[in-house]
Each structure stands twice: as C-alpha cells, then as structure tokens.
Design a protein around this ligand. Structure first.
Ligand code: GLC
Ligand code: CA
Length: 543
C-alpha cells in the first residue's frame, strides 16, 4: 500500500468539555486546548481528533448539532477555532473534526422547519411516517432506549431517531441533504483541518421500514460519493465509527482501491466483555484468547487491503486501566502493558485524553451522579423492568460513558487544575495521585512510556510496515506476537494479568522497551523466563 502520512501518526482524542477550562465557567474550551499544545507536542502526537465543538443544545454533549457552521459559545468563537487550527499546524499537529451527520439536533433550523408542515422544503431532510400517537410505524429501538420513532403533533407523524428523541435522523436518500453535507465538509476542509472522524457512519444507509439500520444497501455508494465530492483529492485522514463492522466490511471502507475512508473504528474487541446478543450492561469477564483472536483477525485480514485504527479508549468507553488492567497496585505497570500491546501492532494508534497518565474509572456511588443520556435512560428502563439497583450500579460503574468524561487531571491543585470554577462534572477523587504534573516530573511515568512508544512509530519502519504473527494463540495469560520487516524481527510479549507466568522463546533479543527496569540495549536470553505482574516488553531478536 502507498504510504500515507497518517500511517505514521498517533492521534490524540480531545473531549473538549472535559479537557481544560480557560475562563473558569467549569466547561473546557478552545482556549484551554490552545494552552495545552506544548503538552501535546511533548507527548509527541501529530493529530488531534476533536469531539464536537459545534453549536448544540447538548442533549448528547455536542453529538446533537444545531449549526454545523458555528462554534458553541461555551467552547469559544470561530476566530478561536481558526487560531487553534493555525497554532496546531505551526506545531505540526493536524485537527480532525468530528462529523456528526447521521442525525442533527431537533433544534437545527432544518428540523424546526421540517416539523412545521408537510410542505416545508426541509420536510424530506428527515424521515417521517404518518400515524397515530402511540402507534409507531414499527418496533425499531433507539440506541439510547425506547422506540426509535417519536410522534410529532404538528403534522400527526412520527420521525425517526436512532439515538435520543432530540437527535432526528437525516434522510440520506434525499440528494439535497447529501449536497448540504458535502458543502459543509468542504467549508471545514477549506479552513485547513486534517480530516474527519465520522460519527456512527455505518448507519447512513438505513432502510427503517425493513428494520435495517447498520450496513444498509446504499452505505458504500454514499461514502464513495462523499469521497468524490469532498476530501478525495485532499490527502486527509478519515476514520468512520462502525460498530457493526467485521474485517470483511472493514476492507470495504478502507481498501484504497475503493476510494472511501482511510480507516474505521471497529468494536469487536470492545464487545468481548458483554454477554453475546445482549446489551453492553450485561457483563461477562474478558477471555484473553478471544481478544487475541479478534485483534489477530483484523491485523491479518486488513493486510494489503486497508488500514487499522488501534484504540482502547474513547469518550464512549470505560477507562482501559480499570477495565482490563488493574487500577490499584499495578496501575502503572498494567497501563504500560496495555499501551505496549496496542502500539506494537499495525495501524494508527489513538490515545484518549488522560489515558497517557493512566486515568481510571470514577468511583460512582449513587444514580444522581450520572449525567450521560445513555446512563440515565438505562437506569430508568432497568428500574422499570425490575432490575435491582445494585445490579444496575454494577453495570454503570463498569461501563457507563460518564467514566471517560470526568475532567482531565492536570495537577494536584483544586479541581485537578481543570478549572478554577465549578466543573460541569466532578473530578475523580484520585487526582492528587494521578495527574499530568506528577507524570511529567517522573521519568518512569506512563506519560514518558507513551512518549517512547510514539517516538518508536516515528523512527521504526517495522512498526509501520512489518507483518504481524500471533504466537501462543492458546495461552490464557500471555499475549505475544511477532512483527517482521526486511530481515528484522520484533517480539512483543505481554503478561495480561497480575500473576507471574512462565514464558519461553528459543532465542536472544535486545530490549527495545519494557515496563520493568531492564538494562535496555543489553542482550536477553528469552528462554525460560518468568514474566512479572503485567510485564510487557518489545525485543529485537538476534538473527
Ligand atoms: C457516537 C458517539 C457517541 C454519540 C452517538 C450519537 O457513538 O461517539 O458519543 O452519543 O454516536 O451521536
Ligand atoms: Ca470554559
């Protein structure tokens, strides 16, 4: 495959509401982000994926947009947005904007017009079905619970919303809608952004009357049209969020020959700790062997026909160190192990704010502490269904999106240095121990370990081009794999758990990186070793 700049890049996701507050109103903002460019530069990332900063009534924290051409006043102004893009460029960092076009807010001008009358020129921008209140056209469910159809009195019809009732779905079959979206994307491209992260993009080809939501028949036709009409000739990074993708579908989006997207986010690994066929709240322990199978399938089946994204976290997922690492005694070791496992693979790594300092889930105690629409709807739904409050709480503590959205922990001062005001969401009480200032003052911190991993990706072609081969597929404790490129071989080995475990590889190697103090650069005998709790290392094999 032709080399692209984003193959060597590492992306850092910013959830602006929780990153850094510059004017003490308790909400993170664009000027706050601008003040942290040196921090991001130090970490070494080259791309920022910015979660939505557009005008929004915030029914879903910005994933409900009321104007794609305006910045939400709580985040700043369009002038500040342009300054952020320019200042990042000057530091070699590109900005990838969140593109939320499966739906708009119900307060978007299009929807306000559309719902007034069947004769509105905007009526067909959305998906309407005539019918009586209380009897929706079919039993499609919304991702945030309840029916996907909402009755609208003005015209006696239901509109489709695959997420919240304040997030009506756009009608992609309408040429005028697609044209509006291409124009809007081109507006942002002209401002000099580095690409788009496309929110729930696999839903745009839906056929609601047949119950088809993801992977609809027109999905790829629309994406090819988007590519032609907007970024196709622009050398941008485009990444689609695709909850319903397997590797075969992954190739359809990302095979360069098909001219669609650079890569997608797939979620097969994220669904391994839930009961199959049930909801994310229905917990089940992770089986390491299944994780290996999923990653390995994506690593091998995309080879030559597409490109992988690599991520543990985002604003919708619990913190990885709490989820599959250890957020107690082995927090630092396990965070580094998980980073090694992921950044050693082939693809473009994404880091979610706070991951680089090992931020953890929030110790929630009461239902009143949750703010996310998905959590609130789930509490109501499960209480009505008769679930015990303790069970609901257990699921929320493990999986609620609120975990990822607590303010970034900058220092041990008041409100973790996120704001001098009252934060929109409480700071995790562990901020005195876990914060960026402390990480920057400790050469052994998770931060500097990420910095090393990022730097390796810049300097070592084997990480970009090398083949991937899984070792010990049946082992239940160790994740080990080999990368190989032009006569060079790297062995990546991770003890996924806290119990020490024997490991043996016939050969010797030089340590490239390890989360335990090793004499780096010295030659290690890899035969008959004992891996310590959460031990991880990259070895260059002696050939
Ligand atoms: C995506 C976003 C999520 C949002 C949803 C609806 O999954 O990542 O935060 O709630 O789409 O826009
Ligand atoms: Ca602010």
């Amino acid at each position: 495959m032709e080399e692209k700049w984003w193959m060597r890049s590492v992306v850092y996701q910013i959830y602006p509401r929780s990153f850094c507050d510059s004017n003490q109103d308790g909400v993170g903002d664009l000027n706050g982000i601008r003040s942290k460019i040196p921090y991001l530069k130090k970490l070494g990332i080259d791309v920022i994926w910015l979660s939505p900063v557009y005008e929004s009534p915030n029914a879903d924290n910005g994933y409900d947009i009321s104007n794609y051409y305006a910045i939400s006043p709580e985040f700043g102004t369009m002038e500040e947005m342009k300054s952020l893009i320019r200042e990042c460029r000057e530091s070699g960092i590109r900005i990838v904007m969140d593109l939320v076009v499966n739906h708009t807010s119900d307060e978007h001008a299009w929807f306000l017009e559309a719902k007034k009358s069947e004769d509105s020129p905007y009526r067909d921008y959305y998906i309407w079905r005539k019918g009586e209140a209380g009897s929706p056209p079919n039993d499609l469910r919304a991702c945030f619970g309840g029916s996907a159809w909402e009755y609208s009195e003005e015209t006696g019809a239901h509109y489709l919303h695959l997420f919240g009732v304040k997030q009506p779905d756009l009608n992609w079959e309408n040429d005028a809608v697609r044209k509006e979206i291409w124009n809007m994307m081109n507006y942002w491209i002209d401002l000099g952004i580095g690409g788009f992260r496309m929110d729930v993009i696999d839903l745009i080809g839906k056929v609601p009357d047949q119950g088809i939501t993801g992977n609809g028949p027109m999905l790829h036709t629309y994406l090819q049209e988007m590519n032609r009409e907007t970024f196709g000739t622009k050398d941008l990074l485009t990444v689609g969020e695709c909850w319903g993708a397997d590797p075969e579908k992954g190739r359809m989006y990302s095979d360069p020959a098909r001219r669609e997207l650079s890569m997608i986010f797939q979620f097969e690994q994220s669904m391994l700790d839930e009961q199959p066929g049930k909801e994310k709240w229905d917990l089940r322990p992770l089986q390491l062997r299944e994780l290996k199978q999923v990653f390995t399938r994506w690593q091998t089946e995309m080879e030559g026909h597409g490109w992988n994204s690599l991520f543990w976290n985002n604003h919708d997922l619990p913190r990885i160190v709490s989820r599959w690492g250890d957020d107690g005694v082995y927090r630092v070791a396990s965070a580094k192990m998980l980073a090694t496992l992921l950044h050693g693979m082939k693809g473009t790594p994404y880091i979610y704010q706070g991951e680089e300092i090992g931020m953890t889930n929030m110790p929630f105690h009461s239902f009143t502490e949750f703010q996310d629409i998905e959590s609130l709807n789930m509490i109501q739904e499960r209480l009505e269904k008769g679930y015990l409050p303790e069970e609901i709480m257990k699921s929320l503590r493990a999986k609620s999106r609120d975990n990822a959205r607590t303010p970034m922990q900058w220092n041990s001062g008041l409100q973790a240095g996120f704001t001098e005001g009252q934060p929109w969401c409480p700071v995790n009480p562990n901020y005195r121990e876990i914060n960026a200032a402390r990480a920057l003052g400790d050469q052994d911190s998770i931060f500097y370990y990420y910095q090393k991993l990022i730097n390796l990706r810049k300097t070592e072609d084997i990480l970009i081009y090398g083949s991937y081969e899984l070792l010990l597929p049946e082992d239940e404790n160790i994740y080990a794999y080999m990368r190989a490129w032009q006569g060079k071989k790297w062995l990546i080995v991770c003890n996924f758990y806290k119990e020490p475990v024997p490991f043996s590889y016939e050969g010797t190697g030089r340590t490239i990186l390890s989360n335990y103090k090793e004499n780096s650069r010295t030659i290690q005998n890899l035969n008959n070793r004992n891996l310590r709790p959460y031990e991880a290392a990259i070895y260059e094999l002696e050939m």
